[in-house]
Design a protein around this ligand. Structure first.
Ligand code: ATP
Ligand code: MG
Length: 378
């Protein structure tokens, strides 16, 4: 620490001090006379242009600018001196600069004018934009990737669907496991129930395994997954799972499927995913519905000469116009924990089966989502 009252001679701010000051700048600083002849060249300029100060000083600044700036540079200065209209001088802009070895690189160049004792000098401040340009390029490339990704192919959507659907058996497994835990805690006499919970866990893990195997078949799509299917049986296979979900939310679930339904040609697992998605959305929509009115219904029936239809009817909050406009957009969700893939995926699945997926708000409140599927392959 220097004592405040110490009278020390202030050293003269000579050329060495000026050089030191200039070298402290991160930006390249070049001082030139009114003809563009370089007088000073700081350390950052040395690093940026790959030439020593000695090599630069005395040379023309235009050596650092390729065509078209090269050659025009003297013109910039003349024009500025005669018009005082800033072009580069006084404002700064992006130009291309040239290193000693000829490499071109983007820079931001600002030129200031210094008048001193009847002379005019210019100070060029130059910032290397190479990294900025690279970052911009990277951003652009990412953006392009995103656009490509948003045009989700059926295959890509299916892969996402599979990942999404794996959550369902996993959730069921967790439910059954905690049930088994509780049963065991209650006493050894429940061993039979525990065994049945374990059997369900096993079945659900097989289901998860099936889904994962599906992933592979989507990478190499094969029409073998489309088989003659019984819609009633297909839906009944998942009814226990749906009921578990409904009961956990105090919702009564009623499944009614007409007898003697014509067969469909379908990937049963995918149709199950669609139905589970619709049921789960219906359940979610009824969180705020009075418990007495919480009912979810599934109706399966013949709806045309070559068509079957499944209605999933809830008593939930319904769908506003805003939500309706985005419903099938991937990743659109109004739920805190939602992924927003359920309907996008379901629609892809249904379309790939030649069917339709739609919805209508019920007159008495709630929403009906419907799926139609062709009973004949066209
Ligand atoms: N039966 C319904 N009643 C009211 N709104 C619904 C219903 N089904 C879907 N929605 C609305 O559509 C949105 C998108 O549904 P989607 O199933 O695609 O995604 P999500 O359920 O939010 O999330 P996830 O895909 O993880 O299930 C939901 O967030 C919800 O706002
Ligand atoms: Mg959903």
């Amino acid at each position: 620490m220097i004592p405040k009252d110490a009278h020390q001679p202030v050293p003269e701010f000579d050329e060495t001090a000026q050089d030191a000051l200039m070298d402290a700048f991160i930006e390249a600083i070049i001082v030139m006379d009114e003809n563009g002849r370089i007088e000073r060249f700081n350390q950052a300029a040395v690093d940026m242009f790959g030439m020593t100060a000695e090599e630069a000083i005395g040379g023309d600044v235009s050596a650092l600018m390729p065509e078209p700036d090269h050659g025009k540079h003297a013109g910039y200065i003349d024009r500025y001196l005669s018009t005082r209209k800033p072009h580069i001088i006084g404002i700064g802009r992006e130009v291309t600069a040239r290193k000693k070895d000829g490499t071109l690189f983007p820079v931001h160049l600002a030129v200031g004018e210094v008048g001193w004792q009847g002379t005019v000098r210019f100070i060029g401040m130059i910032r290397d934009l190479t990294d900025d340009k690279l970052a911009e390029e990277r951003r652009l490339r990412q953006h392009t990737d995103m656009i490509t990704a948003s045009r989700l192919t059926t295959m890509g959507e299916m892969a996402a669907a599979m990942a999404h659907e794996i959550n369902q058996p996993l959730a069921a497994i967790a439910n059954y496991a905690s049930a088994a835990e509780r049963l065991l805690e209650a006493g050894p006499e429940n061993i039979d129930d525990v065994q049945s919970a374990l059997a369900r866990i096993k079945a659900q893990s097989h289901r998860a395994g099936d889904i994962i195997r599906k992933l592979r078949s989507f990478v190499r799509p094969d029409s073998a997954s489309l088989i003659a299917a019984d819609l009633k049986a297909t839906i009944e296979e998942i009814s226990a799972l749906a009921e578990l979900d409904a009961r956990a939310n105090n919702i009564s679930l009623k499944i009614e499927i007409a007898e003697h339904m014509p067969g469909i040609v379908a990937d049963g697992l995918q149709i199950q995913q669609v139905i589970l998605n619709l049921l789960r959305n219906g359940i979610d929509a009824m969180i705020d519905t009075e418990p007495a009115n919480r009912s979810l219904e599934l109706h399966g029936y013949v709806s045309g000469a070559d068509e079957v239809r499944i209605d999933v009817i809830d008593q939930g909050h319904g769908i506003s116009d805003d939500v309706a406009a985005n419903l099938f957009t991937p990743f659109y969700t109004t739920k805190p924990g939602g992924m927003g893939m359920g309907l996008a995926i379901s629609q892809t699945i249904v379309k790939s089966h030649g069917g339709t997926l739609g919805f209508e708000n019920n007159p008495g409140g709630g929403t009906t989502f419907y799926v139609t599927l062709p009973t004949k392959v066209t």
